[in-house]
Design a protein around this ligand. Structure first.
Ligand code: PGA
Length: 247
């Protein structure tokens, strides 16, 4: 199984700061071992960073978002074709912040997954329940709906990645316990098996939500936790490097 450490920089770091962080990571790429390392900087840096990383195999780029249409009058948006032309390998889809603040729905998530796959880009499909949904014991039902909607149009499992990110754990410092993470990851694995059969065992399922240099090793040791999608802790090179080495 692949091991993936992905950093979601969100709307952080000015150009100088982002470049310095990228340089710090590439400088250390010999220490990545078998871990696939991905960073998702703000879209405005993708073109330059992609050129910088050309021929550099240790570090890959993800976009944080994509539009579902191939082109057209959608001011402010970026298409999957544009990302593919830059050699971008991954794209986050359905992050809870996009669902919460930008009207992302299960339907648009599914469309984005499909358009990314058509362009050879791996979608990192983010799912996860809100705190009140967990308290109401609805977390499995919520995640099932999100996962099944996102993969409805997917025919081959090989390019997709799932990230389980309980919304109550994102940016709060309150990580899911290893039991909570493993339990949900196993549940997601079962949903994937129902859809893809044996191929499901090749789909990396990442954990996200206050994953940091202290708790990554314990989380990644769980059978169905194949890596992390890391926000805050990916903004500091030493912390992210520790996470990368936590497998
Ligand atoms: P966090 O964010 O690690 O800062 O909690 C994770 C994410 O939103 O992907």
């Amino acid at each position: 199984m692949r091991n993936i450490a992905a950093g979601n920089w969100k709307m952080n770091l000015n150009h100088a700061e982002a470049s310095a962080l990228l340089d710090e990571l590439t400088k250390n790429s010999a220490t990545f071992g078998n871990t696939e390392v991905v960073v998702a900087p703000p879209a405005i840096y993708l073109s330059e960073f992609s050129a910088k990383l050309k021929g550099h195999h240790g570090l890959k780029l993800a976009a944080q978002n994509v539009h579902q249409k191939p082109s057209g009058a959608y001011t402010g948006e970026i298409s999957a074709g544009m990302l593919a032309a830059l050699g971008i390998s991954f794209c986050l889809v359905g992050h809870s912040e996009r669902r919460q603040f930008f009207g992302e729905t299960d339907e648009s998530v599914a469309q984005k997954v499909n358009v990314l796959l058509e362009n050879g880009i791996s979608p990192i499909i983010c799912v996860g329940e809100m705190l009140d949904e967990r308290y109401a014991d609805r977390h499995f039902e919520v995640v099932k709906t999100q996962v099944n909607a996102a993969i409805a149009g997917v025919t081959a499992a090989e390019k997709i990645i799932i990230a389980y990110e309980p919304v109550w754990a994102i940016g709060t410092g309150q990580t899911a316990t290893t039991e909570q993470a493993q339990e949900m990851h196993a549940f997601i694995r079962q949903l994937l098996v129902e859809k893809f059969g044996n191929q499901a065992n090749e789909v990396p399922i990442l954990y996200g939500g206050s994953c940091n240099a202290q708790n990554a090793a314990e989380l990644f040791a769980q059978q169905d936790v194949n890596g992390g999608l890391v926000g805050g802790a990916s903004l500091k090179a030493p912390d992210f490097l520790t996470i990368i080495k936590s497998f």
